[in-house]
Write a protein that binds this ligand. Structure first.
Ligand SMILES: *Cc1c(COP(=O)(O)O)cnc(C)c1O
Length: 389
């Protein structure tokens, strides 16, 4: 079925998800196979030769991902970081320079600083919500990648994708947007001029905390097609592909993405407002609040504010730890984006790897991934936690 002219929620359910032609099974099968029979040497059926190079379950997911982001091509990887690694090692050579947000996912910062740093790639971290700072950080001729994450992690800063895409493209840099936090249901960076989208599909796309995966989605146009082709080769040659079971789980999760993101957004806003009222909370970082500095921009470039929020505790690190260890429904764990609510203490958990760097997260910060449980139960959990501060 060609879903190009269908709306988002229809594409999420149908793009790449044709019924099985041999049996009529409504759901495309999980092709648990490493290799494919050839009809004579080189006689491939549907182009499949060996599952590192291609697998129909993975193709189904990649088609779905490209349709959701409005991209020309998508690749599915074993993890979000595997996707980032494949992209960066394809487009960078030693001596190149990367501009990266100062509030990005800790693992992205670690990958660029430690793995690519050792390889001779330099980077500058900047507040990407400050366009002048980004302009000043770009080194004409050597900056090859501008890496944007919005909303950022964990401080939920909002960066202007359209303005950054213009800045990056003028400088000849590839503009990469990590769209994990918003998901394509709430934000469409390719439409705003980005070149490549990165996802940890582990989070909202999978949506059920039961699979690790990553993806790249490439925008249309000759230059981007050329990058996509080179990254496809890297994926094939270096091998960080997603397996068929992982691809299936991710595809299944994606079908409910639109409706989940609506509920995540509603629940998170209710919790942000409740937290904002309490003396023990110094600040609530949620783009859906009028008090958030990026509220207006988020309203323009997103179609909802999402399920992630962070808080700064008035009582500092000690109070933050107590908060993170006192919730009941919000389970203390890394990761985010699942149907269940999670609480995380970034400075010791997700962002421990950036301690002592320019991307360090203050000890007073707690991050919440607000799930899609009944909001009254979530609010009651927040209330009992606040009483214990
Ligand atoms: C989790 C995450 C990643 C890394 O993805 P993995 O699937 O854990 O490798 C990258 N970016 C963001 C924003 C993330 O939350």
């Amino acid at each position: 079925m060609n879903t190009d002219n269908r709306r988002f929620d229809t594409r999420a359910i149908h793009a790449g998800q044709q019924f099985d032609p041999t049996t009529g099974a409504v759901i495309p099968p999980i092709y648990a196979t490493s290799t494919y029979v050839q009809d004579g040497i080189g006689g491939l059926r549907g182009g499949y030769e060996y599952s590192r190079g291609g697998n129909p379950t993975r193709t189904a997911l990649e088609t779905q991902l490209a349709a959701l982001e409005g991209g020309a091509h998508a690749l599915s990887f074993a993890s979000g970081l595997a996707a980032e690694d494949a992209l960066l090692r394809t487009v960078l050579v030693p001596g190149d320079h990367v501009v990266i947000g100062n509030d990005v996912y800790g693992g992205t910062h670690r990958l660029i600083r430690r793995i690519f740093g050792d390889w001779g790639v330099r980077h500058t971290t900047v507040d990407t919500s400050d366009l002048d700072a980004v302009r000043a950080a770009i080194e004409l001729g050597t900056t090859k990648v501008l890496w944007v994450e919005t909303p950022s992690n964990p401080l939920m800063k909002i960066s202007d994708i359209a303005a950054l895409a213009e800045l990056g493209n003028e400088a000849g840099a590839l503009v990469v947007v990590d769209n994990t936090f918003a998901s394509p249901a709430l934000q469409q960076p390719l439409e705003l001029g980005a070149d490549v989208i990165v996802h940890s599909t582990t989070k909202y796309l999978g949506g059920h905390s039961d699979v690790i995966g990553g993806a790249l989605v490439f925008g249309a146009g000759d230059e981007r097609a050329e990058v996509a082709e080179r990254v496809t080769f890297t994926q094939f040659a270096a091998g960080a592909v997603s397996g068929p079971f992982d691809a299936f789980l991710t595809s299944r999760g994606i079908k409910t993405l639109g409706i989940r993101m609506q509920r995540h957004s509603q629940n998170a806003l209710a919790i942000a407002r409740r937290l904002e009222e309490h003396d023990g909370i110094e600040r609530v970082y949620y783009p859906g609040l009028e008090s958030h500095p990026g509220h207006e921009l988020a309203g323009r470039q997103m179609s909802g504010f999402g399920g992630m929020l962070s808080i700064a505790l008035t009582g500092g690190g000690e109070a933050a730890r107590r908060f993170a260890e006192s919730t009941e429904l919000f389970q203390l764990a890394e990761s985010l984006g699942g149907v269940e609510s999670l609480v995380n203490y970034p400075s010791e958990m997700t962002h421990a790897s950036v301690k002592g760097t320019e991307a360090e997260v203050p000890e007073s910060i707690v991050r919440l991934s607000v799930g899609i449980e009944d909001v009254d139960d979530l609010l009651a959990d927040i209330d009992q936690t606040l009483e214990r501060l």
